[in-house]
Ligand binder design. Sequence first.
Ligand code: HEM
Length: 486
Amino acid sequence: ERRRAVANLPGPICPPLLGALHIMYRMNPKTFLKVSRENMGKYGNLQRVWILNRLLVMSADPEINEQLLGSQEHLVKHPVYRVLGQWLGNGLLLSDGKVWHQRRKIITPTFHFSILEQFVEVFDHQSNICVERLAPRANGRTFDVYRHICKAALDIIAETAMGTKIHAQAADSSPYAEAVSECTALLSWRFMSVYLQVELLFTLTHPHLKWRQTQLIRTMHEFTTKVIEERRRTLEEQQREKLSATSPDDDVGRKRRMALLDVLLQASVDGRPLTNDEIREEVDTFMFEGHDTTTSALSFCLHVLARHPQVQEKMLEEILQVIGTDRSRPVTIRDLNEFKYLECVIKESLRLYPPVPLVGRKLQTDFKYNHSKFGSGVIPAGSEVLLGIYGIQRLPSAFPQVEEFIPERHENGERFAPFTFIPFSAGPRNCIGQKFALLEMKMMLAKIVREYELLPLGEPVECVINIVLRSATGFQLGMRRRNETQ
Ligand code: HEM
């Protein structure tokens, strides 16, 4: 019956029982995007694939993506996300049903504009530290910018959302960031293999890697537990001392901010406070999602800017117009809102290099669609759907000169065909941190480009999926300090 339901959809030959294991066999974090795009070339933007008895629909089709992502019904994540379960538990990214609804309701207000506005001071301060830390690299020689950006992004998410300073940029190494990097590499390798996605089979076939995974997750949990304990202590101290809402000694700045972690520590669901484990799941989720995605986005953007000097020049002109040359003047939210061209640069970089290159759903009920080419149809309950963000944002039909980096295509609020530009996904399970990410990126890029000229040195990026999009060759570029008059 399931075969009949999707008989109208194209796809590779899938022999009975085994299905397309021969294609899966070629997939690994390095080849996934290439193999998927080859298949798109052969079978089109919407295809069905059988793997053993699992039905997988791969869609880089705007019409299907619009109907599925926009639906209130199909909100359960693809089973492959379960490999993240030991680390992120039932946090917002992985949960579904009542737990997801309750948590999304509690957390949404912590990303309100009025809260983000207060974070700008932290973005400004941490971006200044990043610019300072990059100074020894401004010697016209090739280097990989990733590590520097990663530490700044970690400092920013910890100080804003968690209300805790972790000084990642001051330290030579960050065990948490290193554990995230190694663990995501290991988990994305497991993502690609049908049998390694099953925890038991992974444990039985690769006990040494299972041991390493547990060790890495322990390192990350110890770190986030410490962050929670520290914040809890600070809040208790404040309560004891009866500090007012505008205390000058508050940990995260002069004004009292209701950081995400404060909300979690004080929230209640069904009449009881969140347990320590529930709080830690969210802290793990936001520490990871809040720094790994922006690090990827910023690193790709800096790399691509280094290869487009004219874009850099145009950007610099705008930056100087908006914030001038006085490096001691803090950059405000109003300044960030005036960076119109910079916003186009960020969007174009997110189009070519979306940090989350695909999202997946497991259908709990039949998904009924209406399509201009395939007509009305049903993808049956129990099927898995992978929605390709990377693939859709590189559709030649939607973007002329599709492989070129052209920020101008986003100018004057240019609208593209619906659901062809979705770096933050869309619908009820879209990215909760997208405004946060855009403000952070604007601040970091404006500060770096005002201080340094980016040079097209080193190897080009080579996209790989490490859960988040990364580059197998790193993010190489050169830097030279701009002269004082600029
Ligand atoms: C450029 C940066 C970012 C990009 C491109 C991005 C992209 C995305 C995408 C595509 C999703 C949907 C994932 C899915 O359906 O499986 C998502 C979800 C999510 N993002 Fe982001 N993200 C970014 C930054 C952030 C930041 C800074 C935070 C937190 C401060 C964040 C927190 C989350 C969370 C918690 C979810 C799950 C939301 C839910 O399911 O209700 N993201 N993000």
